[in-house]
Design a protein around this ligand. Sequence first.
Ligand code: HEM
Length: 136
Amino acid sequence: MHIEDKPPFDTPFEWIGGEERVKALVERFYDLMDLQPEFARLRQVHGPSLDQARQRTFWFLCGWLGGPQYYTEKFGHPRLRARHLHVPIGIQERDEWLACMDQAMGETGVPEDLRLRLQASFFQTADWMRNQGVAQ
Ligand code: HEM
């Protein structure tokens, strides 16, 4: 299957395998951030506890992938860029976030074609969140 082909499911949420698989992905993402030295800068800007980011990113991704809108129901519009403005995000932080997420997608068995599509979408979102080294 190629990225040009029509996606086989109505939503990425169904394609990934539903809420349990999103949970597994997010858990692995934050575990890797904690464990791996190449994500040290990313880990550092998160402060001592990852618990809140872990919970909220799970809620957010369920909705962003086309599943239940838990995040929006609890907090309103995500305003992701605004909500990250107190976090310094430059090229290094963006790229560590993307590499960590890509490794988590690989290790939790996200289907390869979906992984390629999500890589592209995550890049767009993470790049738009850069707030260092760019005009505000
Ligand atoms: C596609 C990219 C990203 C997504 C989807 C995402 C998603 C989220 C979400 C949903 C939250 C919770 C927001 C809230 O309600 O407070 C969060 C928190 C956070 N994110 Fe991201 N994020 C992304 C990229 C990044 C990047 C590149 C960094 C780089 C350092 C980062 C650092 C953080 C930190 C430090 C928090 C915790 C903020 C706090 O609790 O004060 N994020 N992220």
